[in-house]
Design a protein. Structure first.
Length: 361
């Protein structure tokens, strides 16, 4: 627990874990109060290309703002002004965009941002924050000290209690159906560069206690080029309580073919808490996106479910339209919007990696 937060101190006296008090992490399609972002500014994350991503990033924000508040972490007034310039150029609704002076090392808010849990029946705080440890995907990209404290900064700004599990966990490594099930990958969560002192069972206990889950389902691996060691949000996504979209590679000569076929077989063998098999909808992989000789982790699965739309990365590929159609079939209540992510993916992530939802209660 973070004892400097009086709200947290009061909570810690009563319950050690949020799940014990009835809190849980809702599915992404649960209504949002807002979406959190951290404005991109790190040149090393998009070497030679940072300036090229802003029109597409601002387009993403414009679409988000049509259905919810967008809350953006910026370093200072200079960064805020720079962001506003790009948002105005895109015609975004600035009345639905709020800036917070929270300095960050990088832009990947899915992983360094707060995990918001809710309990609609709670007497006092119906929403709390879990501040997992963050080490930039196994200490790959130091420094990350500013990113590591973002969840607590946001919680303090919003007046929310904070829970500190004391282990590393990234938002992109876990996928939720809102009914007690988490999907994740062994390649990431069991990687020795995250929590080498914990085995699979111990990690599951953390997921139960701090996310309110009752079941953890594991696939083995992630896609080629993914520097996160296999985040699930590039491969398998829940679209309702018992249906997943999972990417498959059609080209048997592609490096992703075998590992995605293995994941598919594992998904086919899984059973949910109610005993049902998963409904599995296959989603194609885009053609390989390569820049300066490096295979990038381009995937249509890295979409973001907002209140009004599902925002999908596209890659100037002949499969873009097919992927958008498949995803649209799963979301009858939202419009599916494709936004070109060819420049953004040079940072090794896309729209889901960049965003973190704050649920409404």
């Amino acid at each position: 627990m973070l004892n400097s937060n009086s709200l947290t101190a009061n909570l810690s006296e009563n319950q050690a874990f949020p799940a014990a008090s009835g809190y849980f992490f809702p599915a992404e399609w649960h209504p949002h109060e807002a979406t959190w972002l951290s404005w991109p500014h790190k040149e090393a994350s998009w070497p030679g290309k940072l300036q090229t991503i802003y029109p597409y990033y601002a387009h993403f924000i414009k679409e988000l703002a049509k259905g919810e508040i967008v809350r953006i972490n910026v370093e200072d007034d200079k960064m805020k002004s720079f962001a506003l310039k790009h948002l105005q150029k895109q015609g975004a609704d600035l009345t639905r965009i709020a800036f917070y002076f929270h300095e960050t090392n990088d832009a990947w808010c899915r992983d360094h941002g707060p995990a918001f849990l809710i309990n609609p029946a709670a007497q006092d705080h119906k929403k709390v924050v879990v501040d997992w440890g963050y080490n930039a995907w196994g200490d790959k990209y130091p420094p990350y000290d500013l990113d590591d404290i973002i969840p607590t900064k946001i919680a303090q700004k919003l007046g929310l209690p904070v829970f500190n599990p004391g282990i590393v966990m990234e938002g992109g490594s876990v996928e939720f159906n809102g009914a007690g099930t988490i999907l994740t990958s062994k390649a990431c969560l069991l990687n020795e560069n995250r929590n080498p002192h914990l085995n699979q069972q111990q990690i599951e206990e953390y997921l139960y206690n701090y996310y309110g889950a009752k079941q953890v389902l594991w696939v083995d691996d992630g896609i080629v080029g993914d520097d996160t060691d296999g985040h699930i949000d590039d491969t398998v996504r829940f679209v309702n309580e018992d249906t997943v979209l999972t990417v498959v590679e059609e080209n048997k000569n592609d490096d992703n073919y075998g590992l995605l076929q293995s994941n598919l077989k594992q998904l086919q063998q899984m059973r949910l808490l109610n005993g049902k098999q998963l409904n599995i909808v296959e989603l194609p992989m885009p053609d390989a996106v390569v820049f300066e000789g490096q295979r990038l982790p381009a995937s249509y699965a890295n979409f973001y479910i907002s209140n009004r739309s599902v925002i999908v990365p596209t890659y100037r590929c002949s499969k873009d339209d097919q992927a958008l159609k498949i995803i649209q079939e799963q979301f009858k209540d939202r419009s599916v919007i494709g936004i070109d992510s060819t420049e953004i993916i040079w940072g090794l992530g896309s729209f889901h990696c960049l965003s973190q939802q704050e649920p409404a209660v």
